[in-house]
Design a binder for this molecule. Structure first.
Ligand SMILES: [Zn+2]
Length: 208
């Protein structure tokens, strides 16, 4: 197997960021963060921990929810508990950066969850490919949520790869549609990188 180098944003860097931001939010929500932490030892059959979330109040009736690990059938209870925490919120920002996987029962659990929030303003931030793929394939996955930012993985024939966080708003053109993001130049100097996924399919959510 070819070692895959993350030039700009390594996965471990991403999780370090997540941890450091999570500890900030626990300081802000010192009294309520602890019960929200799920059993850290719970693992699903693939060895990935089941869904975890951290909530952070970022304004009046405005909450950011950082999600991580795996969304599966085991997430139903977690999502019910999370729902209960969000009853007062009017704007909710879901940060998917730490999500490593989702299975079909997890998709169903998420769709049920997000449907219950349809009267609130909801946003999806830092969506990794595993989430963007669901958004593209399953119309109910986003509900009425607005996508603010997402990751695109790029690869080069020299085997280098790169993950870029793209703000959707930065792609808006004069017609009010969204352009395809510019692929980065590979440091090998040989060529422009290509998206790891089929570009048209991956970016379909931009102009539904
Ligand atoms: Zn290259």
């Amino acid at each position: 197997m070819v070692p895959r180098e993350r030039i700009e944003l390594s996965r471990s860097q991403a999780s370090r960021d997540f941890e450091s931001r999570a500890s900030t939010s626990s300081a802000i929500w010192a009294s309520s963060i602890r019960p929200n932490l799920l059993d850290l030892n719970s693992k699903d059959s693939r060895g990935i921990e089941t869904l975890q979330y951290f909530t952070e109040e970022i304004g009046s009736n405005k909450i950011r929810v950082r999600l991580s690990q795996m969304i599966s059938e085991d997430s139903e209870v977690a999502l019910q508990n999370l729902s209960a925490l969000l009853t007062e919120a009017q704007e909710i920002f879901f940060d998917f950066k730490g999500v490593q996987g989702i299975n079909s029962l997890g998709i169903r659990a998420w769709v049920v969850f997000i449907r219950k929030l349809k009267d609130k303003k909801t946003y999806y931030e830092e969506c990794p490919p595993v989430i963007i793929n669901q958004i593209n394939m399953i119309s109910n996955f986003r509900g009425s949520s607005e996508i603010l930012s997402f990751y695109t993985n790029y690869v080069c024939s020299c085997q280098k790869n790169k993950s870029l966080l793209i703000l959707k708003e930065s792609l808006k053109n004069a017609e009010g549609k969204y352009d395809v993001p510019q692929a980065p130049q590979c440091p090998c100097g040989k060529e422009t990188m290509e998206t790891e996924e089929i570009e048209d399919e991956y970016l379909a959510f931009l102009n539904p």
